[in-house]
Design a protein around this ligand. Structure first.
Ligand SMILES: [Cu+2]
Length: 500
């Protein structure tokens, strides 16, 4: 009998590679076998059918305390919808349940899961679902192929405990996954899992847009970049900033944390790391074996890990893909904020600061959004510009010029009461656009260094930052409009501004 289980597993593994291909014959065969004594089969479902509690990331449904196998009904709807992938950047996501990653599903080993997949009538594409926690061909893919405005149903017994990825497996599969169609299903062991203070749901994914990183507007999917495996964004929970600022994960000191961290891919393998924490325990690949005292763990595309650790020292802990350009230049960064009394005996002090995190550490960009909207509707005020400029400055310019604009002697010139800046406001417009090189004298001190062009900023953002700078730090005031930046940009941005 054991050998038979193996055969089914191999079949299911190979068929989920040949995604979408129906092997109907084996699925009835597998269904008949569940009445025999298989691992994880605790007999027929008991009690009333239960509707599964589904949660949006980063939330995880509550632990199951049930002591018997039940029939669990899962209702999941596919919704294609436009959402922000980064500040000012929209993307047409395809979702399970309206979020990326999709709704978190939690069942108990031995449960009989009646799965309902609905495809919203406003959607344009057919979709299906392959759950890696299913023993059966395609993980449900062939049985769940659903056109817009339709609903499919199939049933499976959750034989293996563990945490599993689910994803859409409709051709072109890479595109469906690349648009955000993945999530996690947890199959709890019958005795349940060890109690922890917080469980969170985080899932990495790589995204491919025709525009470059942070290029504004609605960005279409780029098939060539996807095939070349050159993502524009690498993200936790489907958007840059989805887990930072006031959306950061939270805990108190001396609490235990369990993170279910999935990787939807479609292409990249994640080197998952939490800066400043050591995982006490990792269930790698979502399997039953665990490893202790781990710094960085690999999460395959289409795989999951469960990591557990304790928050001993207060501060901000940064979740990254330690393939580190992805974290700081493609968005793969999230924050766990731990509050509580200092523990100087364990760690002396000085938290991670803004130089390390750059603009990813900002509380939020609400005032930037407000200014963008006001500019579009023609109601932009000086104060709107200053407010937006303050937040953008904190993330972009303060790294070098310091948050009080004082600069660093001999290295970064001051923007505070800068005679160079105040003597020619229009020259200043070219500086963030093209950068600045060569000798520059500010308030009698000479600097001879390089400021790189701030290519990630659009015209509105540069106008707002400069307006903020001119109205702060004892400078003489003034206002720069986006149209002026636009005119300056049109002159070309390739050669850096010469300081003299
Ligand atoms: Cu799909």
């Amino acid at each position: 009998m054991k050998r038979f289980v193996k055969v089914i597993r191999i079949l299911s593994a190979t068929t989920s590679i040949a995604l979408g291909i129906s092997l109907g014959a084996t699925s009835t065969y597998a269904a008949q076998q569940t009445s025999a004594k298989l691992k994880g089969d605790f007999g027929p479902p008991q009690g009333q059918p239960i509707h599964a509690v589904l949660t949006s990331p980063p939330n995880v449904p509550p632990p199951i305390h049930r002591k018997y196998p039940a029939k669990v009904i899962v209702d999941l709807e596919v919704i294609e919808k436009e959402m922000a992938i980064s500040e000012g950047v929209k993307y047409m996501f395809w979702t399970f349940g309206g979020t990326v990653p999709g709704s978190f599903i939690r069942v108990r080993q031995g449960d009989t899961v009646e799965f309902h997949l609905k495809n919203n009538p406003n959607n344009k594409m057919p979709h299906n679902i392959d759950l890696h926690g299913v023993t059966g061909p395609g993980g449900g893919a062939a049985s769940s192929f659903t056109a817009p405005g339709h609903e499919s149903q199939f049933t499976f017994k959750a034989l293996n405990e563990g945490v599993y990825v689910y994803h859409c497996a409709t051709a072109p599969v890479g595109m469906h996954i690349g648009n955000g169609m993945y999530g996690l299903i947890l199959v709890e062991p019958p005795e349940g899992m060890k109690r922890v203070d917080h469980e969170y749901y985080v899932m990495q994914g790589d995204f491919y847009t025709t525009g470059k990183y942070r290029e504004k507007g609605l960005q279409p999917f780029d098939m060539d970049k996807a095939i070349d495996e050159k993502p524009t964004y690498v993200l936790f929970n489907g958007a840059e900033g989805s887990l930072t600022g006031d959306k950061a994960l939270t805990a108190k000191t001396d609490e235990t944390i369990r993170l279910f961290v999935g990787n939807g891919g479609p292409n990249l393998v994640s080197s998952f790391h939490v800066i400043g924490a050591i995982f006490d325990k990792v269930r790698y690949e979502g399997g039953s074996h665990s490893q202790e005292n781990v710094q960085t763990t690999l999460i395959p595309s289409g795989g999951v890990v469960t990591v557990e650790f304790q928050t001993k020292v207060p501060g901000s802990y940064v979740l990254v893909d330690h393939s580190i350009f992805r974290a700081f230049n493609k968005g793969a960064l999230a924050i766990l904020k731990v509050d509580g009394p200092q523990k100087k005996d364990i760690y002396s002090g000085k938290e991670l600061d803004s130089v390390y995190l750059g603009d990813r550490a900002q509380p939020n960009l609400a005032s930037v959004t407000k200014a963008t909207q006001a500019a579009a509707s023609g109601t932009l005020t000086l104060q709107d510009q200053i407010n937006a400029g303050r937040e953008l400055f904190a993330g972009t310019c303060s790294v070098c010029h310091q948050s009080n604009g004082a600069g660093l002697p001999g290295v970064f010139p001051p923007l505070a009461q800068s005679d160079f800046l105040n003597s020619d406001l229009h020259r200043a417009v070219g500086i963030p656009l093209r950068g600045l090189t060569g000798k520059v004298t500010v308030n009698g001190n000479e600097f001879n260094s390089v400021m790189p062009p701030m290519t990630q900023l659009n015209d509105d953002e540069i106008a707002n930052i400069l307006t903020y700078v001119l109205n702060s730090f004892g400078n003489k005031g003034g206002q720069i409009g986006a149209s002026e930046v636009k005119t300056e940009r049109a002159k070309g941005v390739s050669a850096p501004t010469e300081a003299n």
